[in-house]
Design a protein around this ligand. Structure first.
Ligand SMILES: [Cu+2]
Length: 185
């Protein structure tokens, strides 16, 4: 990182972010059980910043068609390079403090690696989900999937290193359900 004066600080691996047993950066999404409806994507964009020569957040998710906004907060040139399998690949440079770059993704796809060709250590994962019921666990390991209609669902958790786990959950009308996932290192 010292080669680039526009970068500062140390980069630690963000592959496993754990605090007191609570895992952050775990993608949670409804994998099965929703009706085959077409869901409108939220208009609110998903914001991904390049900050201190890292992607913030490290794990992000957007709905199919939802705008994803990339911003360069650094005094250096970055290069955003997602490497999807189901969506078109692109690769675009971004000048410091230039206009945000807005993109969307048309196909569901889990954990698309996003790199920066300028800074080989910079990477993140962006997941594209076909329904609006997804979340990323926060520092305390928690997540919510508000507004999930009554039904029987397969809920999946995806962790960058430890992979995917699923659980079946039955949600009744106006019911709050707790779901716990755990990973063993
Ligand atoms: Cu970069």
């Amino acid at each position: 990182m010292s080669n680039d004066p526009g970068c500062k600080g140390q980069t630690e691996s963000e592959q496993v972010v754990v605090d007191d047993g609570h895992l952050a950066n775990v993608l949670i999404y409804v994998k099965q059980g929703l009706p085959e409806a077409a869901y409108d994507p939220p208009r609110q964009n998903v914001s991904i910043k390049q900050e201190g020569c890292r992607y913030v957040p490290h794990i992000a998710a957007a709905m199919v068609g939802q705008p994803v906004q990339f911003e360069d907060e650094d005094q250096t040139l970055h290069n955003i390079h997602p490497m999807p399998k189901n969506n078109p690949e692109w690769n675009q440079s971004q000048m410091p403090h230039s206009q945000p770059l807005e993109k969307s993704f048309s196909q569901p796809e889990l954990m698309i690696p996003v790199k920066c060709n300028q800074h080989p250590w910079m990477h993140m994962y962006l997941s594209v989900i076909g329904n609006p019921y997804f979340a990323i666990t926060s520092k305390d390991g928690k997540f919510t999937l508000p507004g999930l209609p009554p039904g029987t669902y397969t809920i999946a958790a995806v962790q960058e290193k430890y992979g995917e786990k699923t659980q079946t959950v039955i949600v009744g009308a106006k019911e709050n359900k707790n779901v716990n996932f755990s990973y063993q290192p």
